[in-house]
Design a binder for this molecule. Structure first.
Ligand code: ADP
Length: 898
């Protein structure tokens, strides 16, 4: 709380004969001051207000921040005297001498909230006192002069002379402290007998004896005001100064005093008012803030307002409004505040939106009812605005929400009120519309809810006939006794507030059977001429169909889940974002987790790391093409063991072809994999066992061939050559199977070396030309190019592709073998003029054991291309085929060159 607009305080400060300046202990800002105070410094009051102590010090004011802090800390008064100050008085540079008294103002809990500075200009006094000390000779003359001056000093001043302390001089202000009592010429204890034995007496004696000044602030003195009055507790701030004679010994006492009784009372009042005001304002459910001056400084604010602004007190007090809430600059508030200050008009706005930018950048939309009330200072000038606001965001939002819900019903309601308006004009027409309205409408009269009218629709919904008109609702529909409707109607009747509900469920008797009906309903109270609720209008729309439709969707979803749990496969659902919404029982059992854990743990966590990338790539391709992604992949079970699965992720598309959902079906194929492994092991073993006998058969055949050559037996020569060809076929085949089984067990080892690719092609080509005179092999390759690869394996690929070209084309056709070198790659092209491949089969050519069906007459096992692809891929290369069915095929592969 900074400033309190209490007239008592204002009046007090304004009428005080002393300069007063009130500083806020916390903010160190000047809260109040009067003209006398600022005049002392040749300035106008406005230049002080709102300034901080530091700013005042900069302006040359002798105010001492340390003293203020000390007064706040110790809760004691402090006097600073003999402060010299150069001021500009009426255009003249003058040196003045002032005393500043710093007094604390405390809360009831004893903490200091403000410091009041009392300023007295005491040039005359100080000069005089110095003279007393230094120029004792001129004592009498000077005394006379000072006496004259003393009359002008705005404090009560008295001089007591001799050790009896006789009033030698008093100024009018001193006399005013005890009006009507005779002082001059009398000893003080005689003139003011109530002081006998008091602290004042003791202090006077002390000063007289010790020759040292004493100061007191807010000191209690029991003193009667005037002769006739009783003793009162009064408070004075005073100073006793010894007066010295020419010998340098004390011969009297100067008293400087001012009464602070009223001030203290005001202070107590001020505190009380301030605390009450604080408490009251803080207790208000409204937000309250006081804003001052053109720059709209926030002077006071309550907790509710701080909470609404989401600020702390430190962040707002003493700061310009727009600096605290810069986002309000574009909103009308600052302009309105200034207008109130200028014109004094009161602004009262209801349901105004106020937008705040939150720290995270989002906009907080709030609604408030607010009033701006001008505040006027004692001078009659407007200097501030009292802002009171009520935040009604919840109310506004709730209403908006409700409006939304009730739109449909309100529409019906609107129509109905239209009908109502027309009733006066044409009752029969109204009745017709009312009767035929597509919504159920009924009017219930009085607190017994007598059915006054019911249209066809409502009778249909209720399952009743017109015979119920005139009955009470409870009698007409006995089945609703234990349902909430009668209670709701009673609430509407007593509160006068309409009731809205959506999809409310009722069980109503239709032809002797309870039927479940859902409807959206409005109970609209209707007041009579006296404003009392007389009737309730019931408007309802039957929404059973849509509720049932929704329920059946929910049911079929549940059905789907049930089915999904029954199938042996693992089924899952996911959103297009990948967030999984469902795992069936098989999945959860496999993972050993509940749904939430499995969803949060992450489907990907269960995948074998080697397959995640392929899966992701495959999935995004599937999403782009709108096709299912099929892959064999491993998932970790609850024992941490990876199990092979056939995973099919199918996108569900909407009419526009966008993915709305993924359905995953994942089947355990571990046994199949194991079977396959066993088969591979077996093939590997058999192939290996066959190799030795075939090698020896080969050797024998060669020996026999040589013998036949020597014997010059052409028949045997041809027979042996033919047999050798068959043996070579068989060797190739066995090697192929061995390779497959090695590949399956991950044992395909590459032995890479640098070699000239052209040389290799030439070798393969010559080999074939020698063997197959049936086809024309045409070679067309680029110059020498070095690759770093497994020469034997690449030769195997070339043999395979050229072998296929021969195998799948007619005798006498051409086979083109060419290379292209570009972009650090070598591309090998093998083109035949054979039977070609149908487009739908091209993608499957490189699969293991795949053979195009029609060619089953041509021998083969479907492993050549599979092995070739594996070898090329192991070299970071690429292999593919193009073909025109019936015309020929072209196979390509690419390898990086060195
Ligand atoms: P194999 O030739 O032993 O059957 P491959 O893996 O070498 O096995 O070839 C797989 C299949 O691809 C063949 O069965 C054949 O149907 C088809 N194919 C391969 N090369 C050609 C080609 N040049 N022309 C037509 N079809 C081919």
């Amino acid at each position: 709380m900074n400033t309190i607009d209490t007239p008592i305080l204002d009046t007090f400060i304004e009428s005080s004969p002393f300069g007063i300046c009130i500083i806020n202990a916390e903010s160190q800002l000047v809260e109040m001051t009067n003209d006398k105070y600022s005049n002392l410094f040749g300035e106008i009051r406005e230049s002080w207000l709102g300034k901080s102590v530091d700013e005042l010090t900069e302006m040359g004011h002798p105010i001492d921040k340390k003293v203020i802090l000390n007064v706040v800390g110790t809760n004691t008064t402090f006097n600073a005297q003999g402060l010299k100050l150069k001021v500009n008085h009426h255009g003249k540079e003058e040196q003045i001498d002032i005393s500043l008294t710093y007094s604390p103002i405390t809360n009831p809990d004893g903490s200091v909230t403000k410091v009041t500075i009392w300023a007295v200009e005491n040039n005359a006094r100080t000069i005089e006192l110095q003279n007393v000390a230094t120029e004792k000779q001129n004592l009498n003359v000077e005394r006379q002069r000072s006496y004259e001056l003393l009359h002008e000093i705005p404090a009560g001043i008295a001089i007591l002379s001799g050790k009896d302390l006789v009033f030698e001089l008093i100024n009018p202000l001193y006399q005013d402290l005890v009006p009507g009592r005779t002082l001059l010429g009398k000893p003080i204890l005689e003139a003011l007998p109530e002081l006998v034995g008091s602290e004042v007496e003791k202090s006077l004696r002390k000063v007289y004896q010790e020759g040292k000044p004493l100061s007191f602030s807010n000191d209690q003195v029991r003193l009667s005001n005037s002769v006739s009055e009783e003793l009162e507790d009064r408070y004075f701030t005073y100073r006793l100064l010894p007066r010295f004679n020419s010998e340098g010994s004390v011969d009297g006492i100067f008293i400087f005093t001012f009464e602070v009784t009223q001030l203290l009372d005001s202070k107590v009042n001020l505190e009380r008012t301030s605390n009450n005001l604080n408490q009251i304002i803080n207790m208000l459910p409204a937000s309250v803030v006081i804003i001052r001056y053109d720059n709209l400084i926030v002077e006071m604010i309550n907790d509710a307002n701080l909470a609404y602004w989401k600020k702390t007190r430190e962040e707002v007090i003493g700061k310009p409004f727009l600096e605290i809430l810069p986002d309000l600059a574009d909103q009308p508030f600052a302009g309105q505040l200034r207008k109130v200050m200028e014109t004094g008009e009161i602004i009262d706005v209801k349901e105004s939106p106020v937008l705040f930018t939150e720290s995270d950048g989002t906009i907080r939309e709030t609604f408030v009812d607010y009033t701006y009330q001008p505040l006027t200072g004692l001078d009659g000038k407007r200097d501030g605005v009292l802002v009171m606001s009520f935040e009604i965001t919840d109310r506004v939002n709730a209403r908006k929400q409700m409006q939304l819900y009730a739109d449909q019903l309100l529409y019906a309601n609107d129509q109905l009120s239209m009908l109502y308006n027309r009733l006066a004009k044409s009752e029969s027409r109204f009745k017709f519309v009312f009767q035929k309205a597509p919504v159920a409408i009924g009017l219930l009269r009085g607190k017994d809810f007598i059915i006054e009218s019911a249209n066809e629709k409502i009778l249909e919904v209720w399952g009743k006939t017109e015979s119920i008109v005139g009955m009470t609702l409870a009698d007409a529909l006995p089945e609703i006794q234990d349902q909430p409707f009668l209670g709701l109607l009673e609430d509407v009747f007593t509160t006068g507030k309409p009731f809205y509900a959506n999809e409310i469920r009722a069980m109503l008797m239709h032809e002797n059977e309870l039927k479940e009906i859902f409807f959206n309903v409005v109970y609209q109270p209707i007041a009579d001429d006296d404003g009392n609720i007389a009737d309730i209008l019931v408007v309802a729309t039957d929404v059973s169909e849509q509720v049932n439709a929704r329920l059946s969707v929910e049911k079929s979803e549940a059905y789907f889940k049930m089915l999904a749990d029954l199938v042996p496969a693992k089924i899952s659902n996911a959103l297009p974002t990948g967030e999984v919404t469902f795992f069936n029982k098989q999945w959860l059992e496999f993972a050993g987790m509940n749904f939430e854990d499995m969803r949060d743990f992450g489907y990907y966590q269960m995948m074998h790391p080697d397959e995640i990338t392929d899966f992701q790539v495959g999935l995004s391709e599937a999403a782009a093409n709108g096709k299912a992604h099929v892959s064999e992949m491993r998932f970790k079970n609850s024992d941490g063991k990876y199990i092979w699965h056939l995973n099919i992720a199918s996108p569900i598309l909407d009419e526009l072809g966008t993915v709305t959902m993924w359905v995953g079906s994942t089947t355990d194929i571990q046994w199949l994999k194991e079977e396959e492994q066993r088969k591979n092991d077996f093939i590997g073993m058999v192939s290996h066992e066959l190799k030795t006998p075939i090698t020896s058969v080969n050797t024998y055949l060669q020996l026999l061939l040589r013998k036949a050559e020597k014997a010059d037996d052409p028949f045997l020569q041809k027979a042996y050559t033919q047999s050798l060809k068959q043996i070579r076929h068989m060797t190739d085949m066995i090697n192929g199977f061995l390779d497959v089984s090695r590949l399956e067990s991950g044992k395909l080892h590459l032995e890479k070396s640098d070699f000239d690719f052209s040389e290799l092609i030439e070798e393969v080509c010559i080999d074939y030309q020698l063997q197959y005179s049936t086809h024309h092999i045409i070679l067309n390759f680029a110059d020498a190019v070095t690759v770093h690869a497994d020469r034997l394996k690449i030769a195997q690929v070339l043999n395979n592709l050229v072998g296929n070209a021969v195998k799948y084309s007619e005798n006498g056709t051409k086979i083109h073998l060419s290379t292209e070198v570009n972009d650090r790659k070598i591309k090998v092209i093998i083109k035949d003029e054979g039977m070609g491949i149908k487009p739908e089969n091209i993608s499957k050519l490189f699969d293991r054991y795949y053979r195009v069906e029609q060619q089953s007459k041509i021998a083969g096992f479907g492993i050549g291309l599979y092995l070739s692809a594996e070898i090329i891929e192991a070299h970071d290369g690429k292999i593919w085929a193009e073909s025109e069915f019936g015309t020929g095929s072209t196979f390509y592969f690419e390898l990086p060159v060195k």
